[in-house]
Design a protein around this ligand. Structure first.
Ligand code: DC
Length: 225
């Protein structure tokens, strides 16, 4: 059966989460940030002092990880890791690096797959990630691949992070992002790539409002919402 769900994939800093949140609010959809699931696994592994490349040890940890995804009254997704709200902790730079590393492990991807599909089966949802259109929801009603120039994506991410930590430099953010993109695109299992039937949305030359309108046009055009 065709799903009303929307798959929004693309690299870091392309604007996926900001745009998906706005669109979900606008159209009354549930927004699912699937990267947060990988970040929870990454944070858990980091806290156990296990190396992010140690596949054998990481796979052994999986049965100890319980992740819950909740949406508060404002529709904000809260991430609960073994009973603790880690919504803010999963955003630290080490957790980003760990998330990217653990996401290359097939067992980790399999571990998180059913949660993502359940959300899409239960709700009309917009899921943002890297492999939503290719693997998680191959029958999604609409697939969008959002991208933008790497320098622009890095600068957007830099502005976001600088708010929380004013010692951070643009070069640091750009280098970490380039390395994460490379990791995410070159892994063997479910690499970051556009589904054959995805619509491409390049936000390099668009500001937030223009990108949002472009996304809304695609959703309205597809579902008549
Ligand atoms: O979207 P994000 O930057 O918060 O995601 C964190 C990491 O998780 C990212 O480096 C790649 C990985 N990820 C993935 O492999 N598949 C997804 N559907 C979402 C994220």
């Amino acid at each position: 059966m065709e799903q009303r769900s929307i798959a929004l994939d693309g690299p870091a800093g392309a604007g996926k989460s900001t745009l998906a949140k706005k669109a979900a609010q606008h159209f009354g959809l549930i927004y699912v940030d699937t990267g947060a699931l990988y970040r929870c696994v990454g944070l858990y592994v980091l806290r156990q002092n296990v190396d992010s490349q140690d596949i054998f040890e990481i796979v052994k940890l999986l049965p100890d990880i319980k992740i819950e995804m909740k949406h508060d009254d404002e529709g904000i997704q809260r991430m609960i890791l073994n009973g603790e709200d880690v919504t803010d902790d999963i955003r630290i730079p080490e957790a980003s690096k760990y998330a990217s590393d653990v996401s290359a492990i097939p067992e980790v991807r399999a571990f998180l797959l059913s949660m993502q599909r359940e959300m899409a089966n239960k709700y009309d949802a917009i899921l943002d990630g890297r492999d939503i259109g290719t693997v998680v929801l191959p029958d999604a009603g609409l697939k969008i691949f959002i991208t933008a120039d790497p320098e622009k994506r890095a600068y957007r991410r830099y502005l976001e992070l600088k708010d929380k930590d004013d010692t951070i430099t643009f070069e640091e953010v750009r280098d970490a992002m380039v390395s994460r993109d490379k990791n995410d695109s070159e892994r063997a299992t479910a690499p970051l790539k556009a589904a054959d039937d995805a619509v491409l949305l390049d936000t390099s030359e668009l500001d937030l409002q223009e990108s949002f309108f472009a996304l809304c046009d695609l959703i309205t055009g597809r579902f008549g919402l």
